[in-house]
Design a binder for this molecule. Structure first.
Ligand code: MGP
Length: 476
């Protein structure tokens, strides 16, 4: 491509991106987004406010000609409460326990032209499919989109019907689990190769004969459907790739193809029960508008947490059905272990943060790299410091010297000269980082500064370190 052409294309891309962000900002400015993390267990009521223009944008995808970014302009345009919607907020904590081979297997070398599998996803392969090693097939996109088996099983436990339609089947993560709890499953997808992979994967799980695979666009499929009455539709649309987490909140309008609003409308026409699988930072005001538009006065918002490495919100499943208004208000958190070996699962779920911290540095590092969490980053940083033999909390934590060709020593975060108290670790790390970055933050500000500074810790370094440390672990 000519450089000039290339520049123009890049420019157009950037302009489009900025325009969409402005549009989103202008609509969000009407009211702060309502995020699942802010909603406590129990009953909440959403009262979304919108202007006519932003409603047209949300419901019909009609972009306002000039998207004003100044909230005061929006206010002048006149805000109206769209409708009220009761949100029954439930919380489910899942522990996925699957026995897995010991040791680290690097992602397979890709053929030229194929996209490499990100290590983060590769490590989660048994979470996606416990029977991964029996020949599960996934295309590059499926690695970040597929529903983890624990979540799929949990949703299927709630979906015990005669006929369930999975409108966005992908490589079959959900359809396979639905086939284990429901009499028959119709799995629809626009991508023929993914459907073929889904059928192959369903054979591995022994449920292929209970799934009818349909190569079609779900909206068209729903329009022309003439089969047995459908009891429930499940929709897990694309969210725009892993980058969806870069925005502070997710709008149902963030994905243009397929149009989530259209998918939902088609599903709601097909049957009175729809579940929508959405990112954890979805603006639930939009969900409330969608519900109200289709005549659901109440929805259940299920916050799905993963227990390990520390409990963290992973995603939300929204259940739209007339049953929701009849059901009781959730009062307690559901804890579920999903996997093959129950005894070990229960043991695992007992681990608490201090216990995790006193485990070998390798384990901590791996978890930290996995969870990308606040605490995780502190630990990564601490471990990097330890590795370099630098001081934490004023004491010297020398990593043992290693001669050429000799096995590396195992690092222990609870050993002599190191600290195992999380607050101490955070404070020490903060101080070290402040020094390293040349800031002059006083002690009381150190944690705040560290929070910002830790965003800079290169996780790739930590990953390499973690791998080395694990190899050491295994060598001992
Ligand atoms: P995530 O929100 O991308 O977080 O995916 P991730 O990668 O776990 O990041 P981290 O910061 O928590 O480490 C959370 C889960 O949502 C994944 O396991 C998938 O099941 C699902 N998921 C992720 N994406 C990007 C999509 C998507 O585009 N569509 C659908 N339907 N599910 C997705």
């Amino acid at each position: 491509m000519e450089p000039e052409h290339c520049r123009n294309e890049l420019n157009a891309l950037v302009c489009d991106f900025v325009e969409r962000l402005c549009l989103k900002a202008s609509c969000a400015a009407l009211q702060p987004p309502l995020l699942a993390e802010k909603l406590p267990l129990g009953l909440s009521v959403a009262a979304p406010k919108r202007t006519a223009a932003s409603l047209r944008w949300l419901l019909r995808g009609e972009r306002p000609a000039n998207a004003p970014c100044d909230p005061s302009e929006q206010e002048e345009a006149g805000l109206a409460v769209v409708d009220l919607c009761a949100l029954l907020v439930s919380e489910t904590v899942l522990v996925h326990y699957t026995p897995r081979p010991k040791g680290i297997t690097p992602p397979p070398i890709q053929q030229s032209g194929e996209e490499a599998i990100d290590e983060k996803y590769w490590k989660r392969r048994y979470n996606y499919f416990a029977r991964f090693d029996e020949g599960i097939r996934m295309d590059p996109g499926a690695w970040f989109e597929v529903t983890p088996e624990s979540v799929a099983r949990h949703i299927a436990d709630r979906f015990q019907y005669d006929t369930v339609v999975d409108g966005t089947c992908g490589v079959g993560g959900n359809a396979i689990q639905f086939a284990m709890t429901s009499r028959s499953v119709v799995a629809v997808d626009t991508d023929a190769q993914r459907l073929a992979d889904a059928r192959h994967n369903a054979r591995i799980y022994g449920v292929a004969d209970r799934i009818r695979f349909v190569h079609d666009d779900f909206v068209k499929f729903a329009d022309n459907y003439t089969g047995a009455p459908v009891d429930a539709v499940f929709l897990s649309p694309p969210w725009g790739g892993p980058g969806h987490l870069d925005c502070p909140h997710f709008s149902l309008r963030d994905v243009q193809v397929p149009d989530i609003m259209q998918l939902f409308a088609a599903a709601a026409k097909l049957c009175p029960r729809v579940a929508l699988y959405l990112p954890r930072h979805t603006d639930l005001h939009e969900v409330a508008i969608l519900a109200a538009q289709h005549g659901f006065p109440a929805v259940e918002v299920e916050k799905v947490f993963f227990q390990h490495p520390t409990p963290h919100l992973k995603l939300v499943v929204v259940y739209f059905s007339s049953d929701v208004a009849q059901q009781g208000i959730p009062k307690s958190i559901t804890q579920k272990s999903v996997g093959r070996d129950r005894a070990q699962r229960l043991m695992q779920s007992k681990a608490s943060v201090p216990e995790l911290l006193s485990a070998s540095a390798a384990g901590v590092l791996l978890r930290a790299v996995y969870c990308r969490s606040y605490l995780g980053r502190f630990v990564v940083s601490l471990a990097l410091r330890l590795e370099e033999g630098e001081s934490v909390t004023g004491r010297t934590c020398k990593a043992p010297h290693r001669g050429q060709g000799q096995p590396r020593q195992r690092l222990r975060s609870g050993g002599k000269g190191s600290c195992s108290n999380p607050v101490e670790i955070q404070r020490a790390t903060a101080q070290n980082l402040c020094e390293a970055f040349g800031t002059t933050a006083v002690e009381s500000d150190a944690l705040v500064s560290a929070r910002e500074l830790l965003a800079e810790v290169p996780l790739t370094n930590a990953l390499t370190l973690a791998k080395n440390a694990v190899q050491d672990d295994q060598g001992m």
